[in-house]
Design a protein around this ligand. Structure first.
Ligand code: FAD
Length: 484
């Protein structure tokens, strides 16, 4: 370990003067999910030398286990399908779901550059997407594209290929402990634990890594950090499961806050309404709920068998409605809905998360629903579909929606799980982290789920990946352009 002198130790955390460094690069990226790898690629392409640090044994973060769905407006794929969309419409959808808490200038960047980053991922990274455009709750039109295998690993794999092609590597088991600043407060590097093993907290040794130009923080969200999330929202105890990997924790975010970064919307924590209590973590059920039930089916109250909500409302509205009912609600779709969706639900059935029933009555009996009430609910809903007008909840019926009359029927129990943390450090449109006096913290950028402000009170489905790629690129380029 090399010598350091603590220069100042005040409310904003210690400032260190490191005389010798273990490693040096122009740009140091912390985290290797979508945002980190994108930032590293862009910084490298802008001529910077780059070190990528990752605390786990393998790269990818939550990104690699995601569904790989990315939202973009005004794309050639939409044009081919005759879907009328624009960045302005995507912007207003994101603001509506975010209850206006979103920082408009950040949303404008994400929506405005959404098509550009989608095409970049195809043309430059070589990511392959399924030949379909999906619509999720809160989006006015279909604008979501699923990476091959419906998996974020498809994107991460291509990013890692590019990282290697550009002569970089992800240095794993490197855990950010703190930022190193000079006496003027500029971030000059990081102190990491080299050889970190989350199963053995005593493992590893200190290493000082200098960033000649800037550090980019891309350490993701804190959905699995029970203590920190309960501090923000006391309802989200260990009793509520999460879709996140268990290392999605807040330590790096906290270090940025100690530096004086402005916290934004930390209590805005999203629960995924498509999750099922009948499997752990994200599981396979959400594919059935999100792509089939919410579009072409219904969600009912287990006590009275009545619909509870516009199934195509955003995640916050759906999750809050289910939580208020106080017990898992039942998502229902018929054979026609599954066919219309074009998705295969074999895995959901094999795992037993989704159940198949020859008659609606069997479904009612299995879930303990009052059959007569459920039958009346389905009849009412079918009339709404025929008339293309949902008189109860105003659900916008996608064009292929058909009345639910084709057995078998499929059911899933729905109970929300912690999924996304909308809050994080404040950034500006250049990706610079902003301090409590609303000035950029020199030498520190951030992108992805560790930042706050893009999504406000509710992130729309598929908008996180767009956010990670847009601000990953912005922060990477701007960090590389910093003067030495
Ligand atoms: C199951 C699931 C499905 C999802 N599906 C979609 C989807 O289809 N579309 C969509 O838009 N969004 C989706 N999301 C959300 C989206 O995947 C995430 O918001 C996004 O991947 C976050 O990327 P990131 O780069 O900011 O963080 P991550 O991918 O989480 O990467 C952060 C990295 O930083 C590392 N790190 C953290 N702390 C430290 C430290 N102290 N030192 C060093 N390294 C550290 C972590 O280990 C991790 O590898 C999904 C999320 C989940 C959990």
């Amino acid at each position: 370990m090399l010598s350091t002198d603590t220069v100042v130790d005040n409310m904003e955390g210690p400032k260190y003067q490191v005389e010798n460094w273990d490693e040096i690069a122009d740009v140091v990226v912390i985290g290797s999910g979508f945002a980190g790898l994108t930032a590293a690629i862009e910084a490298r392409n802008a001529g910077a030398s780059v070190i990528i640090l990752e605390k786990m044994k393998a790269p990818g973060g939550n990104s690699i286990i995601s569904d790989g769905g990315i939202a973009a407006a005004g794309t050639p794929m939409q044009e081919k399908e005759g879907i009328k969309d624009s960045p302005e419409l995507m912007y207003s959808d994101m603001l509506k779901a975010g209850l206006g808490l979103n920082y408009p200038e950040l949303v404008r960047e994400v929506a405005g550059k959404s098509n550009e980053v989608l095409q970049w991922s195809i043309d430059y990274l070589g990511v392959k997407y399924l030949d379909r455009v999906d619509q999720f709750g809160g989006h006015s039109v279909p604008r979501c594209y699923a990476a091959f295998k419906v998996s974020g690993s498809t994107i991460i794999k291509q990013q890692l290929i590019k990282v290697r092609e550009l002569g970089m590597e992800v240095k794993t088991q490197m855990y950010l402990q703190t930022f190193i600043r000079d006496s003027e407060g500029r971030v000059r590097g990081v102190l990491v634990c080299d050889g970190y093993d989350h199963k053995n907290k005593d493992s590893g040794s200190d290493k000082y890594i200098k960033a000649r130009k800037a550090v980019i923080l891309t350490t993701g969200g804190f959905g699995a950090d029970i203590a920190f999330r309960v501090a923000q929202d006391p309802r989200l105890t260990e009793k509520i499961d999460t879709t996140n990997k268990r290392f999605a924790t807040a330590e790096a975010l906290k270090e940025a806050l100690k530096l004086g970064a402005t916290p934004v919307h930390l209590s805005q924590i999203q629960l995924g309404p498509w999750a099922s209590p009948d499997e752990k973590g994200f599981g396979v059920g959400p594919a059935f709920s999100d792509y089939i039930v919410f579009l072409y089916g219904i969600v009912v109250d287990p006590i009275n068998g009545k619909r509870i909500v516009n199934e195509l409302a955003d995640r916050k509205i759906l999750s809050d409605t289910i939580l208020n009912i106080g017990q898992p609600c039942i998502g229902i779709a018929d054979k026609k809905a599954v066919e219309q969706s074009g998705w295969n639900i074999d895995r959901c059935l094999e795992k037993g998360v989704v159940k198949e029933f020859n008659q609606l009555e069997e479904l009612a009996s299995y879930y303990g629903l009052p059959y007569d009430a459920l039958k009346a609910t389905v009849e009412k809903y079918n009339n709404y579909v025929k008339n293309k007008l949902d008189e109860e909840f105003g659900k916008p019926f996608p064009p292929k929606t058909a009345p639910m009359t084709y057995p078998p029927y499929y059911g899933i129990r729905l109970w929300p799980k912690v999924h996304h943390t909308m809050g994080g450090v404040q950034i500006n449109v250049r990706g610079q982290v902003i301090d409590l006096n609303q000035n950029p913290i020199k030498g520190l950028y951030a992108a992805g789920e560790v930042t706050g402000g893009v999504h406000g009170a509710c992130r729309l489905g598929s908008c996180a990946i767009t956010d990670c790629l847009v601000f990953g690129r912005i922060s990477g380029r701007n960090a590389a352009a910093e003067e030495l």
